[in-house]
Design a protein around this ligand. Structure first.
Ligand code: PLP
Length: 411
């Protein structure tokens, strides 16, 4: 048998060693091994509505099926005109200035558009202000596009809200953008208008692009109110992201959009860069694009799920109750989005390592969670669960988590 010479070993991009995405990482691989051995696991690591029995609303399914025989050709690189017109009209109606179909990009999920927009913006060494905790794609895409994430703290002792003074102190001559995730993944924090106005003012003062991930904009609980950022930004450049994956429960269709607002003179170059990068990947998945107009023009199908008696509401309630009843957990109640991000406290938190705990929890109790440090925080005593399972499943999950934490507390 001849073996390959060392020089034939496939190299990987060095930057990749700095990139982490643990939602689908080592623990998820171990979960698959256990499942292959016949273990039954409750996997709460991915905000994947379809995997928990949710279906896309019927009017979205009809829109795709009804148009399936038109979906063969590539579309314009920015997306189907009808889809872009519908997004532009919907965003204009909620006060987004300059919302025009020419400034809308349809992508293969928000994920692709986050990457494209950072690629369009960043030169090597440029800095992006990213929330900590973040949805880790934001850090990963910044690094892979030769930028540097600089983290602003979303304080667990202040409902995971950021402090605008701290944000401003982090601005340097290399800073190009501020990322906002609102409502937030993983914390569920939903930002009040005054806070957003202060952050917009910082962006305007320092000429930073606002990059606003609003994919959970209609996933709101109790009296939480969502404030879109673009209307507050006015003529200041702002790119807003959303899509079908969460509000419309169709993440497998891989459809997202971005809307670039701001005075045309200040965004023209960025618009051209986005257009070029979109052209290089030809177009987004076409069948999914046919659902966009139906989604943004159609009836609200998410609010009822988030209201008392609704599936998401009741599951969130079960998590809140379980954390309140536990000696080992503390939770900042999620005001929006599809996750809870509890902290381990008390005796169970002594010498706690979130990754080791997540592994132990899976091996001993059959529950897969995501360690908090996967979301780029400097502390290691949180974990994230998705709120997508039924409330009864979640009650069982938290009984198992509490059992595992009680063992730690007694050890
Ligand atoms: N942004 C946030 C905050 C998310 O939580 C997710 C997925 O979980 C995405 C973007 C990616 O969404 P998409 O399915 O549209 O690529």
């Amino acid at each position: 048998m001849s073996s390959l010479p060392p020089s034939a070993k496939l190299a990987t991009r060095e930057r990749l060693s700095e990139v982490r995405y643990e939602i689908r990482g080592e623990l998820a691989r171990r979960a698959r091994e256990l499942e292959a051995q016949g273990r039954k696991l409750i996997k709460l690591n991915i905000g994947n509505p379809g995997a928990f029995g949710f279906r896309a609303p019927a009017h979205l399914q009809k829109a795709i099926i009804g148009d399936i025989d038109h979906t063969d050709p590539y579309t314009h690189q920015q997306g189907l005109p009808a889809a872009r017109e519908a997004v532009a009209a919907a965003y204009a109606a909620r006060g987004t200035p300059h919302a025009h179909p020419d400034r809308v990009f349809i992508g293969n999920g928000v994920s692709e558009l986050i990457d494209l927009s950072l690629r369009a913006l960043l030169n090597p060494g440029d800095e992006v202000l990213v929330p900590s905790p973040d949805y880790p794609l934001w850090s990963a895409a910044t690094i892979l596009n030769d930028g540097r994430p600089v983290y602003y703290r979303c304080d667990p002792d202040n409902d995971f809200l950021p402090d605008p003074n701290e944000i401003e102190q982090l601005v340097s001559s290399r800073t190009r953008a501020i990322v906002l995730i609102n409502p937030n993944n993983p914390t569920g924090a939903t930002y009040p208008r005054e806070l957003l106005e202060r952050i917009v003012a910082i962006a305007a003062k320092h000429h930073l692009l606002l990059m606003v991930d609003e994919i959970y904009d209609q996933v709101l609980y109790d009296d939480a109110k969502f404030e879109p950022v673009a209307p507050l930004a006015g003529d200041h450049p702002c790119i807003t992201f959303s899509g079908l994956s969460k509000v419309h429960r169709a993440c497998g269709w891989r459809v997202g959009w971005s809307v670039l607002s701001g005075d045309i003179e200040r965004v023209r170059e960025f618009l051209h860069a986005m257009d070029l990068l979109s052209a290089l990947r030809l177009c987004a998945n076409v069948p999914g694009q046919y659902a966009v107009a139906a989604a943004v023009n159609g009836p609200d199908t998410i609010s009822a799920l988030c209201a008392p008696g609704g599936r998401l509401y009741e599951t969130r309630r079960a998590v809140i109750d379980a954390c309140e009843a536990s000696d080992h957990l503390e939770l900042v109640r999620p005001a929006g989005a599809l996750y809870a991000f509890p902290a381990v406290v008390g005796d169970a938190a002594r010498g706690f390592d979130d990754h080791a705990f997540a592994l132990e929890l899976m091996e001993s109790e059959g529950v897969l969670v995501v360690p908090g440090s996967s979301f780029n925080v400097p502390y290691r005593h949180h974990f994230r669960v998705t709120l997508l399972p039924e409330a009864a499943v979640m009650r069982d999950v938290f009984a198992r988590i509490d059992r595992a934490l009680a063992r730690r507390a007694e050890a």
